[in-house]
Structure formats: C-alpha cells, structure tokens
Design a binder for this molecule. Structure first.
Ligand code: NAP
Ligand code: GLV
Length: 325
C-alpha cells in the first residue's frame, strides 16, 4: 500500500504530479475555503505526510491524532501555526519554505510602505468618489520616503532584502535584531540600535520578525509611545507581534502618523474591526508572497521537503526546535 499524504488546499496539478506516482495523495478540493477542522482531524489518523498552509493550526491535539505521521511540510516560511515542539518530541519533522519568497515579500513590503506614506489608497478613493475638484497645495499630502530613516526590526532574509530596496531611495538604515549582523552592517551601511532607540529615531518602522513567544506583542503601547508623531509603522511579518488595540489607539489619537498592515492578529480580520475604520491605515489581505511565480515555488519546495522527509532523508528546510529559521 502506498503511504498516505494529505494536502490541506487545492494545489495546481503540475505541482503534485510527482507525488501521485509513489503516494496515495488526498487533497482538500477547494481553493478559497480552508479545510474544516473535523475533516483534517479525520484525515490525520491515516497520514504519513501532511502538506499544510498557514491557515491550519497544527496543534498538539491534532498531532496526537496522527499515529503514522512522519512530516509536516508548511507552505510558508513562518511556522507559528505549527506546534513544532510537540511534533519534534514525537519524532515528526516540520519544514517550511524559506528563501523563495524573500524578494517578493520585500517588494510588497516596500510597496505597502510607499502606499501608506503617500496615501495612495485614500487618493484613489478621493478620485473615484468624485471628490477631486481641483489641485490644491496641501491636498492628500503624505510623508517623504527618500532620505528618511528606516528602522528594520528583524534583519533576516526579508529584512535584508528590504534594506537593499531602501538604499535605492537614499534612506538611512538602522536595525534591531537578537543577533548582530556585522556583514550586513558593512555591506549595507545599516547601523544596529537597541529597540527603544530605533523606535525613537525611525521615520518608518518595519517589522520583519517571526512570531514566537519572545516576539508576541513586542510592539505595544510603550513601544508605540516612543515613536515619532510623523512615523509610519509597517507590518508584513505576523499580526501577533503588534498589540492591535494599542495600535488602534495610537493611530486614532495621531500619536503615530499611519500604519500599513498585511497581517493581523485574527485572519481574515473581521470587516467591522476598529482598525478598518481609520483613514491612516492601509490594509492588505496577507499577500506578501503573492506573485504567481513565488507561490508556485513555495508549493514546489513544500512538496520537495515532504518527499525528502518521507524517503527517510533530512529535508532541506527542516525546522529545528528553538531556532526560528
Ligand atoms: P528570517 O530570515 O528567519 O528572519 C527573521 C529575523 O528575525 C532573524 O534575523 C532573526 O534573528 C530575527 N529574530 C528572531 N527572533 C527575534 C527576537 N526575539 N528578537 C529580535 N530578533 C529576532 O525570516 P524571514 O524569511 O526574513 O521571514 C520573517 C517573517 O516574515 C516570517 O517568519 C513570516 O512570519 C513573515 N513573512 C510574512 C509574509 C507575508 O506574506 N506577509 C511572507 C513571508 C514571511 P537571528 O538571525 O538571530 O535568528
Ligand atoms: C507567509 O506569511 C509566510 O510566512 O510564508
């Protein structure tokens, strides 16, 4: 009997063709609806390999249902949706898809920064709703990006790719990271600063961390109070790194100037969420890595990891407990 694999979302046929030769592949057949928890629980009982998305919470109780499971391959670089410690304790490998999405996510992050700083969404709405009657001196004025200071919190793969883009805009670069990045400091002219100082001096604060117990709510009321009134906060990492209630208050009271958010504490963010009522927030539905080419590369890499793990090899992107890479 072929080993059973479950894929939690419909993937293009060319991606899973190779798998079907050697494995009994079952797949949730909808593209835009996540697999219901009870279906996943049932499937877990039989599977040796699971390919999942960041929309599935692979927690301890789900892992416990999977007596034959050898590997969980996440189609994302972030793996905060998986209880890696519980999986590892049971000898189950966890993999992610780093690298292939770095440039695409950095592009989107810089795009979101520009859209927020220069009020692009508001401006389009102004035009389309018929409010544009004349050109006027201070109409829809925003913040300059060129020459401003960008503070990057988390100078990993995407943080570094973002810094490279910022250099092209003649921005001054500072960063905070748990480990110093001496090579990048030299190559990019980026300066290390403690978190508090970074928040005080940056015109743009970009969060590029993984969500872990250490980074959860790393940006809360206290940290927002340190930021400039003219500052823009950009988060394309994970919603749980920022305390959204504190962010709402800071934006509403104009303690900071604006925020650009691709990620939220709850996804999808409820449409009646207070943050969505503010004019100085630009929101996107978690599309950081959403280019056609990159999503296909992520799916391909997740499949490669799955096959390597099931063949008894160490998969190329094995997530090691207590390391966020
Ligand atoms: P990465 O290369 O692992 O970079 C993460 C960086 O954060 C590393 O430099 C790491 O430091 C640092 N870090 C980790 N914990 C920290 C802490 N407690 N304090 C300070 N610094 C800490 O990851 P990446 O590929 O750049 O991705 C970053 C995150 O972006 C992912 O985890 C994911 O959640 C998010 N993401 C979102 C999208 C989207 O669609 N919006 C797309 C891709 C990724 P060390 O070097 O010391 O480990
Ligand atoms: C997307 O958010 C990812 O972590 O790949």
């Amino acid at each position: 009997m072929k080993p059973r694999i479950y894929i939690t979302r419909k993937l293009p046929e060319q991606i899973i063709d190779g798998l079907c030769k050697n494995y009994d592949v079952r797949m949730w057949n909808q593209e835009d609806i996540p697999v219901p928890r009870e279906v996943l629980e049932e499937e877990m009982k039989e599977v040796e390999g699971l390919l999942c998305l960041l929309t599935e919470q692979i927690d301890e109780s789900l892992i416990d249902k999977a007596a034959n499971l050898k590997i969980i391959a996440n189609m994302a670089v972030g793996h905060n949706n998986i209880d890696v410690i519980s999986a590892t304790k049971r000898g189950i490998m966890v993999t992610n898809t780093p690298g292939v999405l770095t440039e695409t996510t950095a592009d989107l992050t810089f795009g979101l920064l520009l859209a927020t700083a220069r009020r692009l969404m508001e401006a389009e709405d102004y035009l389309k709703s018929g409010k544009w009657e004349t050109w006027s001196p201070m109409q829809l004025t925003g913040q300059d990006v060129y020459g401003a200071t960008m503070g990057i919190i988390g100078l990993g793969r995407i943080g570094e790719a973002l810094a490279k883009r910022a250099k092209g805009f003649d921005m001054n670069l500072v960063y905070f990271n748990r480990s110093r990045k001496y090579e990048q400091e030299k190559e990019l002219g980026i300066e290390y600063q403690p978190l508090e100082k970074l928040l005080q001096i940056s015109d743009f604060v970009c969060v590029m961390l993984p969500l872990t117990p250490e980074t959860a709510y790393m940006i809360g009321k206290e940290q927002l109070e340190l930021m400039k009134e003219s500052a823009v906060l950009i988060n394309t990492a994970r919603g749980g790194i920022i305390d959204e209630k504190a962010l709402y208050k800071a934006l509403k009271n104009r303690e900071i100037w604006a925020a650009g958010l691709d990620v939220f504490e709850e996804e999808p963010i409820p449409v009646d969420h207070p943050l969505l009522t503010l004019p100085n927030v630009v929101t996107l539905p978690h599309i950081g890595s959403a280019s056609i080419a990159t999503r296909l590369k992520m799916a391909t890499l997740a499949v490669q990891n799955l096959m390597e793990g099931l063949a008894g090899d160490t998969p190329r992107n094995l997530v090691v407990v207590n390391k966020s890479k």
